[in-house]
Design a protein around this ligand. Structure first.
Ligand code: NAP
Ligand code: GLV
Length: 308
């Protein structure tokens, strides 16, 4: 029995140490140093290549190093074993901070003040009233709900959209097509926390933007493929949207020639809204490995039919 770690972006060392302390009988290998693929029962992974899992014939579970599992589910050769994902594991606080920062950025008209600074222009702009800065959160799951709570606690009116009805104190819960239309009418700042599934891919397109009020702003912290990038550029350049703060992109790293890098209405970060930290997330992975070894169902199992 052994576990294989695969990630091009996460350091295996803190994971190795945490798992060795908690589960000393479970050998920990970092791909590609895997002495006996047939002994591998578990993988701990972030974005392994398609078909990668086929080399482990006796796999019992796939443990994701992240909350979103879209990249795993896109693999047509993924073995039919349970997949667990991170359920918060330290991500929720980080993501909620990012959302609050983005809301304050647009609410306090920081993009316009940044433009004025570059032009050495000293001009006082009319402040936005907090009741007008309605925040619409797409996705009220573990991460979206935490962000919605934090933004509401900061005094902003918040509505949120989910697939099934969700009740969160201080947040106007919406669902279904009518719910999305209501969010689009009301929100001045839309923050995307949806998982990437066939139902949500490309949701943030020209039609979506045309239903937002003029000057509305977009924050995307979910996945790049939710967004039709050309449609966002057109909505920004045409003046219908006021600005965008983007953490995720169709292609990552964002290619050097991409127009987002230099667009005056775009602020971007390199997929850092929520970073998996072994110090906070390992406990959840260890608990799931213990459950699996005891023949109990793990927590945070992905519903493959729903796609998240
Ligand atoms: P989650 O707990 O599974 O929540 C997903 C939410 O989206 C749920 O409220 C769900 O509705 C809703 N939803 C799903 N499909 C929908 C649809 N078709 N229409 C309307 N609502 C829909 O996921 P999470 O843990 O909050 O994570 C959300 C996403 O954040 C991840 O999938 C990942 O892509 C992204 N993420 C990004 C970063 C980063 O650094 N940028 C870090 C971590 C995660 P129900 O409540 O009805 O199920
Ligand atoms: C990061 O994007 C994650 O899904 O955890």
């Amino acid at each position: 029995m052994s576990l294989v770690f695969y990630s091009l972006t996460d350091d295996p060392q803190p994971w190795r140490e945490a798992l060795a302390r908690a589960l000393p009988a479970l050998p920990f290998h970092v791909w590609p140093q895997v002495p006996a693929p047939e002994a591998v029962h578990y993988t701990l992974v972030w974005k392994p290549p398609r078909g990668w899992h086929r080399q482990f014939p006796n796999l019992r579970a796939i443990l994701s190093l992240g909350a979103g599992v879209d990249a795993l589910l896109e693999d047509p050769d993924l073995p039919a074993v349970p997949i667990t994902r991170l359920v918060d594991g330290g991500l929720a606080r980080q993501m909620a901070e990012y959302a609050l920062y983005a809301v304050l950025h647009f609410h306090r008209r920081m993009p316009e003040y940044a433009r004025q600074q570059r032009a050495r222009q000293w001009r006082i702009l009319e402040p936005n009233a907090v009741e007008d800065s309605v925040v619409g959160v797409l996705g009220l799951g573990v991460l979206g709900a935490e962000a919605a709570r934090l933004v509401a606690a900061a005094g902003f009116p918040v509505c949120g959209w989910s697939r099934t009805p969700r009740r969160i104190p201080g947040v106007d819960g919406l669902w279904g097509e009518d719910g999305l239309a209501a969010l689009q009418r009301r929100a001045r700042i839309v923050v995307n926390f949806l998982p990437l599934t066939p139902a949500t891919r490309g949701l943030l397109d020209a039609r979506f933007f045309s239903r937002l009020q003029p000057g509305a702003c977009l924050v995307n912290v979910a996945r790049g493929a939710h967004l039709v990038e050309a449609d966002l550029l057109a909505a920004l350049d045409g003046g219908h949207l006021g600005g965008a703060m983007l953490d995720v992109f169709a292609e990552e790293p964002l290619p050097p020639g991409h127009p987002f890098w230099t667009h005056p209405r775009v602020v971007l970060t390199p997929h850092v809204a929520g970073i998996t930290l072994a110090a906070e997330a390992a406990a959840q992975v260890i608990q799931n490995l213990r459950r699996l070894e005891a023949g109990e169902p793990p927590q945070g199992v992905v519903d493959r039919s729903a796609g998240y």
